[in-house]
Design a protein around this ligand. Sequence first.
Ligand SMILES: NC(=O)c1ccc[n+]([C@@H]2O[C@H](COP(=O)([O-])OP(=O)(O)OC[C@H]3O[C@@H](n4cnc5c(N)ncnc54)[C@H](OP(=O)(O)O)[C@@H]3O)[C@@H](O)[C@H]2O)c1
Length: 426
Amino acid sequence: MKTVGIGILGLGTIGGELVQIILKNQPRIREFYGIDLQIRGIFVRDVTKKRAIDTTGLPLTDNAESIIEDENVQLIMECMGGSGTEHTYPLIKRAIELKKNVVMSSKKVLALHGQELLELSRKNKSVLCYDATVGGGIPIEKVVENSFYYQEIRKIYGILNGTSNFICSNMFLKHKSFKQALKEAQKLGYAENDPSDDIDSYDALYKAEILALMCMERIFDLNAVKPRTIRGISNFDFEMLEEEGYTIKPLVSLEIKGEDLYYIIGPAVVSIEDNVVSGVDANNNIIAVIGSKSGELSFSGQGAGKSPTASVMFDDLLNTLLYRNNFILYNGVKPFREIIEDNTALYLHLKVNDKPGVIADIAGLLSHMGINIDKFITRGKTNGLYDAFVFISNENNIDRDALVKGLKKQHVRILSLIPIVYEEEI
Ligand SMILES: NC(=O)c1ccc[n+]([C@@H]2O[C@H](COP(=O)([O-])OP(=O)(O)OC[C@H]3O[C@@H](n4cnc5c(N)ncnc54)[C@H](OP(=O)(O)O)[C@@H]3O)[C@@H](O)[C@H]2O)c1
């Protein structure tokens, strides 16, 4: 019988569930694989706190270093909370330096330090698994690492943030206002008290960085990317877009063209029919990868939640012990040449003055910028103002800043400016 000492960092939502899964499966793992899993230490901030699980007999400690340095711990399971980022990174680094295998859940730590940690684990011949960091219960890391040996992935897209998707779905399907939908997400535990990271797409940005690393063996400078927020999208946008056969989804799209990365991170206008993202509602996620040989493969499901996430981590734990102990698949990463926000087609919701020549002026500006107007719709005159909805496209990227500046100069108020992803592009 082989004994494997496990150290767990964090005993909150995910850590609590993970401990229960480990304890429940201990006898089976002994019987089937001859491995005795022993939890040797669980790090928490407050050992006296009342917890959702029964902690009788569990080795709780507020000294994380004692777990990392314990020579009888071979495997570290990291389930620390978001605010633990600064604390988590040095612990993971030290564990890898000590040649321990690590299973991670913190997307922010991996997005900020993934390249360094993966290189360190390769150097130390330890295994670093991180399936829980993207897509919660969707085992995307296992699929990509085990199924794309002889092909390239040049495009990835999908919905990576359940909170934003829940809000957009509720605005579209149930006609809730942004505020109502957010409140409901908070009530159901899908959104935090401060939901900024989710609705301003920083959570999606971290996951996009991890997907680029995992699927494309590339990294990008997080500061070079502008994640867009879903704040400011109105029911009027959804109503108008539905009439035209579109909706809005919180999209992540990463595509390599030449050596450059073209990206969308934030809300995108997509057709209601004919694509895989528009049917993914509530707090679900979807990840689609386009392999050079396989074509498009997509995976959807629970992007968060204690059971899906902890069970993906437990699978990582077993994979680490059973299959991946002596080799590492990571081949190194390189940066993209340029990072470009994909702006080839845009949807605009404008407030314009009801005066002769105003629409002609807007059309003139777009024509001057070489932009095609695909559709121009005006609605609802109140207090001398129209709502105008404009669908525009271009072969090359539209200069958003110049467009915004030009419209402002014409005293046009921009209520929404959202990229459109036509079905043939996804
Ligand atoms: N929740 C999900 O659905 C989900 C899905 C995918 C990935 N994840 C990732 O899983 C990790 C854990 O999430 P969670 O929802 O389980 O978090 P959580 O409920 O807040 O639990 C965090 C745990 O880490 C401990 N901790 C130790 N040092 C900490 C520090 N400096 N700051 C914050 N916590 C610290 C906390 O100790 P105390 O209990 O003593 O406070 C707590 O036990 C996060 O990295 C998250 O991004 C979560």
